[in-house]
Design a protein around this ligand. Sequence first.
Ligand SMILES: Cc1cc2nc3c(=O)[nH]c(=O)nc-3n(C[C@H](O)[C@H](O)[C@H](O)COP(=O)(O)OP(=O)(O)OC[C@H]3O[C@@H](n4cnc5c(N)ncnc54)[C@H](O)[C@@H]3O)c2cc1C
Length: 518
Amino acid sequence: MQHEFTIQVSPEIASNPEQLKQMISSKNSIPIDEIRYVEIVKRSIDARQKAIKVNLKLKVYVQEDFIGQPIELPDYPEVTNAPEIIIIGAGPAGLFAALRCIELGCKPIVLERGKDVRTRRRDLKAINRDHIVNEDSNYCFGEGGAGTYSDGKLYTRSKKRGDVHRILELLVGFGATDQILVEAHPHIGTNKLPEIISTIREKIIERGGEVHFETRVVDFEIKNSEVKGVTLLDGSTIATNKVIIATGHSARDIFELLYQKKIVIEAKPFALGVRVEHSQQLIDQIQYSCTTRGPYLPPSPYSIVKQVRGRGMYSFCMCPGGVIAPCATNPGEVVTNGWSPSKRDQSTANSGIVVELKLEDFKAFEEYGPLSAMYFQKSIEQKAWEVGGKSQRVPAQRLVDLVEGKLSNDLPNTSYKPGLTSVDMGQVFPEFIHRTLQSGFKQFDQRMKGYLTNEAVVHAPESRTSSPVRIPRDWKTLQHVQIKGLYPCGEGAGYAGGIISAAIDGEKCAEACAATII
Ligand SMILES: Cc1cc2nc3c(=O)[nH]c(=O)nc-3n(C[C@H](O)[C@H](O)[C@H](O)COP(=O)(O)OP(=O)(O)OC[C@H]3O[C@@H](n4cnc5c(N)ncnc54)[C@H](O)[C@@H]3O)c2cc1C
């Protein structure tokens, strides 16, 4: 017989199956020798009180054996000779679109400007060590897309739990730990993601799909408002009338191309700010109300949202035990973001702290029409490059100095490898962002006492939080509002934000596209 319980226990009991069993036995008057197995179905940490608790949803097997069901991948059919769908971009949206195409009996042909996940590492080394930005292979471009070398956080604001669960199960099927199905805030980690991504690619190819690396799409052939083909950087063309465009939030050349071709796109508000780094120990102390984190607790994350000077200011993509990375996609700009290994065991914690932007903020760039938000974003990244020393050295400031408007006399080493240049953030940001950050950090300290410390360092800018452009699509057919056969997909099109929602959107676009063929 199976019983379901929801309980709250100490972190120690939560991590010890025997103690957990004993507790369930005594609290529910079930003889201990009748409990054959305790399965943790869901786990979350409640750190609101001084005594930290773990919420567990359990399935208890009483006089019944537990037969674990391995997660099985769908039965992907052979699609070598099936109708073809072109997918531009091998990020989560493109890869999950490709898998879904196969499931539905279509042949995906994935065109990716970057390199395969293993070769891509060399270019990451080059940007970190030699400040060389390869515009096709970097932290945003290449197999697996922008999230490959990330924290691999897998939570999303999507309310469609069924869709989220399906993507998580697929990730487990492709090699992720099944704990991502249990944790309330699952993550995978930079060291584990590449293997999962290459397993997905191998499956696509094994079933007859194609994946082409170092294959940048530079043009679309459009006739009578219908897509007829795509042109590649080498000048060759592929004739097709089905294109899923999943090129991500950083594909500025694609946004420019669509604009030049008079294909409807829209400026989209996004958020922008800094990436702040504290010691993980300090974040643990604040969040867990302790001097040293106990052995049964993970490095603590945090999440904070405030209304400051009429705008939202909030933490974004927080990486416990993580590292700040140089995420520029073009020479002449500086961009930050963060990643963590699966154990989140680095001594530092970083988070984007960003300010909500509104369409009227891009007024100075209105000559660029729907690209105004993108040009605003680009101008700040270029400014950071200039004042940082015209390299991947990042403009940085101690946190209290930022709030007090003082240039930092010195800077401690941080996890950002290419190096720091001491800069007053007023030199990087327009005044309204600078002032909002200054006021907002004071408010953050009221919520998280000790957060505002001069041992913390801000790095600027955190600017690729979401796409500055939307490629609008019909809500029903998911085709572009003007161009038949073109399916704007994922984060770059403005329909996702994060790995999971991009993957969900990839599946949706594949379904809509396949429905017109099969
Ligand atoms: C360092 C970092 C850490 C992150 N951490 C997390 C996290 O922990 N959790 C989370 O949910 N999200 C995270 N994100 C965000 C997440 O990566 C994105 O939301 C997600 O990858 C978007 O998926 P996508 O498929 O829509 O686009 P992308 O992942 O951006 O993929 C687009 C792909 O298209 C390719 N492409 C672009 N132009 C062309 C062209 N012209 N021709 C051919 N190919 C092209 C690119 O090379 C790229 O591979 C992080 C991002 C970064 C940069």
